[in-house]
Write a protein that binds this ligand. Sequence first.
Ligand SMILES: C[S@@+](CC[C@H](N)C(=O)[O-])C[C@H]1O[C@@H](n2cnc3c(N)ncnc32)[C@H](O)[C@@H]1O
Length: 270
Amino acid sequence: MNYRHAFHAGNFADVAKHVALVRILLHLRKKDTPFAVIDSHAGRGIYDLASDAARRTGEAQNGIERLRGLKGPEALERYLALVEESGDRLYPGSPLIAAKMLRPQDRLVAIEKHPEEAATLKQVLAPYRKARAEEGDGYARLAALLPPPERRGLVLMDPPFEAPDEFESAAQAVKGAVRRFATGIFLIWYPVKSAAAARAFCGEVLASGAARALNIEIAVDAAEDRLARAGLLVLNPPFGFDTDMRELLDVITPRLPGGKASLAWLAGKP
Ligand SMILES: C[S@@+](CC[C@H](N)C(=O)[O-])C[C@H]1O[C@@H](n2cnc3c(N)ncnc32)[C@H](O)[C@@H]1O
């Protein structure tokens, strides 16, 4: 496990993922009934954008740093407010964003396998009574945590994709998770290094039988050794999510170098 998200925090792919996360959580908050968020690959929860790791790649410079102060749809402004309130040079990861958006009746379980990252995550989430950090294998824990008793909620799956067979493991894990929690919303991040591998992954995930699946791709100009394209596969997206994401990405992508985004329904009617 060499992957450290500190090198990539706040990059274009994080921004797209975290705006989508906020949009989904805003939707879940519309009803009083409780919801659960399961973040299977949570990371450390907070990232120092002035750290050696962040400065070495400079990825946040072509991500969050291009968006600060931007006005736009509710999910964008809420996301930017959450980033600002983290502090000057700090960037919140997915579990911290989710923890901050929980109501008293909601719940977050955030799982992180790397012991040091998990230890930091535990500290970061300690102030949030309804958020729990676990050190463990997110894929294995999904089997135990789904379906959540709330029967409403989101599974965020954001693996590092450093192992050659991670597409396969992720697809198998999603299939099992959808079988257990067919009505859940699933937000799955993946890198697009090869269009064929990305297509195969989406096809494999769709074999889970998910009734509705929206695929979002975002691309930027990047140095040859950096990720330039990433995808978000959203199963059972909330009503209006596609239109809202289009609108959000239309505001965000012009700020990113060579920024482009596309949305396509892979299953189910919009
Ligand atoms: C892309 S980062 C997560 C970023 C985070 N979701 C965010 O948006 O802020 C992936 C994380 O998964 C962790 N990880 C790797 N394999 C894992 C596994 N099997 N279960 C749980 N976490 C794992 C890595 O240590 C890394 O911190």
